[in-house]
Write a protein that binds this ligand. Structure first.
Ligand code: NAG
Length: 442
């Protein structure tokens, strides 16, 4: 019993002991009304805003001295926009089931917590979010917040719902017309979020890729429908990739899946757990682009954009394995094949027998035009004319640089003089003659 108590005490301290506030500078984006003027288009206005995630559980080895809690300015400012999103600590406590309305945990919050010290640029934009008429309540306001940390390819979109201010101050926020809490903030809770742990990935042609997209929500009735849509946008065109609808009913996940791109799939069991990642098999060049993952749950809908880049390193070879000088000039070809994207650099280098380091050849030969294969990859050939006057023993190097290669790839051969060639003929002739005489003598 005592041991139990100590254990509980320990895990309570471990999980709830360290909480910190994550403070982000954001902008509140509003569509301008009647400000469009001559242009006729809609204009957007931006106002600075602060987003505070309160009491986020952090690792027990975090030094809290370096993470002071957020303190709202002592003078209440009706022009300041400070949105507070609360994370309840109990939610992390494994022995207490989360209350029905617990708001979902914000993913990767450690990255946001240390973004400043690690010099990671965090982009944060918020706007008011309108839910469908049927579910609209006059006393609730929603915000949609998009946060991204480009350096680590992480992005998240949150939907925040205002909480009733229990003891409202006499002030209202001037821009939003919402009552401020006694500390001058707008308290909210996270009601839905969609995120991607890797919103930019590279993959090889013909390989398979998983595009990550997840969502989190408070406890919802299991009969709640979730709809997931994946679309591809590339160079001004759009395609449907996959669409699915299912109930968040773990016992018997039944789903309606429309697979528009052949070889695209979602795992229904994982969708029920909040993972909407799509797997694409046998990638082709036309799969490249921006994928939009949209998740709709009840009145909420949010999306993430995941970039897929295709990269295929070239295969490089020379037209022949050896080159023996002749009376007339000869052509040496360097083939660079099945690479993607198109940009490739081919260079001829020479290493003279008297040198230790190769130098760029003055003659860079001539390039064929790019050829495109059925899978979208490219091939290119460079032809170099080797004059009959070339110095025997010279090493000819074909060097290829491409985005899919970390270091340039080289293939080479050594120019041989015709003498070397006839010398081997003579040696061969002598050996054959010797064998012949040896056999005759015996
Ligand atoms: C779907 O996900 C579950 C849980 O992660 C796993 O056990 C199962 O093998 C997956 N199914 C497929 C078809 O990949």
């Amino acid at each position: 019993m005592l041991a139990n108590l100590i254990l509980i005490g320990f895990s309570l301290k471990f999980v709830c002991g360290n909480v910190a506030d994550v403070v982000l500078s954001c902008s509140l984006v509003e569509e301008g009304v009647g400000l469009s003027g001559m242009t006729g288009g809609s204009s957007f206005s931006r106002a600075p805003a602060t987003l505070v995630f309160r009491d986020v559980a952090v690792a027990s080895d975090e030094s809290l001295d370096l993470l002071p809690p957020f303190v709202a300015p002592s003078l209440l400012d009706p022009d300041a926009i400070i949105i507070e999103a609360k994370e309840s600590c109990e939610e992390h406590f494994p022995l207490v089931p989360p209350p029905q309305s617990s708001s979902p945990e914000v993913p990767n919050v450690e990255v946001l917590l240390h973004a400043d010290c690690n010099d990671l640029e965090v982009t944060c934009e918020m706007s008011q979010y309108s839910v469908s008429k049927a579910l609209r309540r006059s006393d609730l306001t929603y915000f949609m917040v998009s946060i991204s940390v480009e350096a680590v390819s992480f992005s998240v979109t949150l939907i925040l719902q205002t909480l009733a201010v229990l003891e409202p101050s006499t002030l209202t926020q001037s821009k939003l017309g919402l009552p401020l809490s006694p500390t001058g903030t707008l308290p909210t809770e996270v009601v839905f979020l969609v995120f991607s742990q890797r919103n930019s990935i590279s993959a090889r042609l013909r390989s398979d890729a998983v595009l990550h997209c997840s969502f989190r929500h408070p406890e919802v009735p299991p009969e709640q429908e979730v709809a997931i849509g994946w679309r591809l946008q590339h160079k001004g065109k759009g395609w449907k990739v996959l669409h699915m609808e299912t109930r968040l009913d773990e016992a018997e996940p039944r789903a309606v899946v429309h697979e528009e791109r052949r070889g695209s799939s979602l795992n229904v069991t994982q969708v029920v757990d909040g993972d909407a990642s799509v797997t694409l098999t046998k990638l082709k060049v036309r799969d490249e682009g921006s994928y939009i993952c949209s998740v709709s749950l009840g009145p909420f809908k949010a999306q993430q954009i995941i970039q897929l880049h295709l990269l295929q390193p070239p295969q490089v070879s020379l037209s022949q394995q050896k080159l023996v000088l002749k009376a007339e000039p000869q052509t040496l070809s360097c083939h660079c094949s099945e690479y993607y994207p198109l940009d490739v650099q081919m260079e001829w280098w020479l290493l003279f027998p008297t040198d230790t380091e190769p130098t760029v050849s003055e003659d860079q030969g001539s390039l064929s035009s790019h050829r495109q294969h059925g899978d979208g990859s490219y091939s290119l050939t460079s032809q170099l004319t080797v004059p009959s006057t070339a110095t025997p023993g010279t090493k000819i190097i074909c060097k290829v640089s491409h985005r899919a290669l970390s270091t340039p790839l080289s293939v080479s051969l050594v120019v041989m003089s015709p003498q070397t060639n006839s010398y081997w003929w003579i040696v061969g002739f002598l050996i054959v003659t010797a064998i012949f005489f040896y056999q005759v003598m015996n």
